[in-house]
Design a protein. Sequence first.
Length: 82
Amino acid sequence: MKALQVRYLGPTNHNGARWKVMCDGFKSKTFGRDYALDHDKDARNCAEEFFKENLRWSQNYELVDGVLPNGDYVFCLVNTLN
């Protein structure tokens, strides 16, 4: 099972706000912040996109989430088949 860590990166003089998605064994990927969405939904969308691109997410899995003490989001896929 893989877990994703999603970290918010605030805006700088050269870049707007963005999300960095990290997963052991994969290259991290950075996504631009979508200001049309709330913070939680935007982080979830980035995690979903990363799972779809890298981990072959199927309909047999549900994405569950949590938050680390440092404020980073964590997302895992849980098998929904019994």
